[in-house]
Ligand binder design. Structure first.
Ligand code: FES
Length: 154
């Protein structure tokens, strides 16, 4: 469990990069926290420097987009998912629980037709959604008890 920052230091629409191995990007997407590997699966770009819209982040280099809930790309040129990591908030501090790289390799996505964008929702499974559920901020606040985002955000 890696401490990231105080909850109030990561407002909605913002991101932060952790210098872990591999680097991890943590996002506050309209009040839901997500963490994914920071390096784009297409080439070497930092997703924490990308543009956040809802729970999608657009890579700043070639504009591939990733669903932060699953790590799956939603459009070309990225074809492979980025790994997701669990996030929790404990006593007002955001923590990331790194996914073991050996236990869960980044799945290779099926090749995408060049003319059609990927519909990310069609590829979501119930298990992948549960495993990557965000830490909800609705029931927490700085300095108030603890909340974990262990798949029970709803
Ligand atoms: S490096 Fe991210 S889309 Fe190319």
């Amino acid at each position: 469990m890696i401490p990231v920052c105080r909850l109030e230091d990561l407002p909605a629409g913002e991101s932060v990069r952790l210098d872990t191995t591999p680097p991890v990007a943590v996002f506050n997407a309209d009040g839901a926290l997500y963490a994914v590997d920071d390096t784009c699966s297409h080439q070497d770009a930092s997703l924490s420097e990308g543009w956040l819209e809802g729970c999608l982040v657009e890579c700043p280099l070639h504009a591939a987009s990733f669903d932060l809930r699953t790590g799956e790309p939603t459009c070309l040129p990225a074809r492979r998912a980025v790994r997701t990591h669990r996030v929790s908030v404990v006593d007002g501090t955001i923590h990331v629980h790194l996914t073991d790289p050996a236990a869960t390799p980044v799945p290779a996505a099926a090749p995408l037709p060049a003319s059609a964008p990927l519909a990310a929702a069609a590829s979501l499974s119930a298990a992948s959604l549960a495993a990557s559920a965000p830490a909800s901020l609705a029931a927490s606040g700085p300095g108030r008890g603890s909340l974990t985002g262990e798949g029970s955000a709803a």
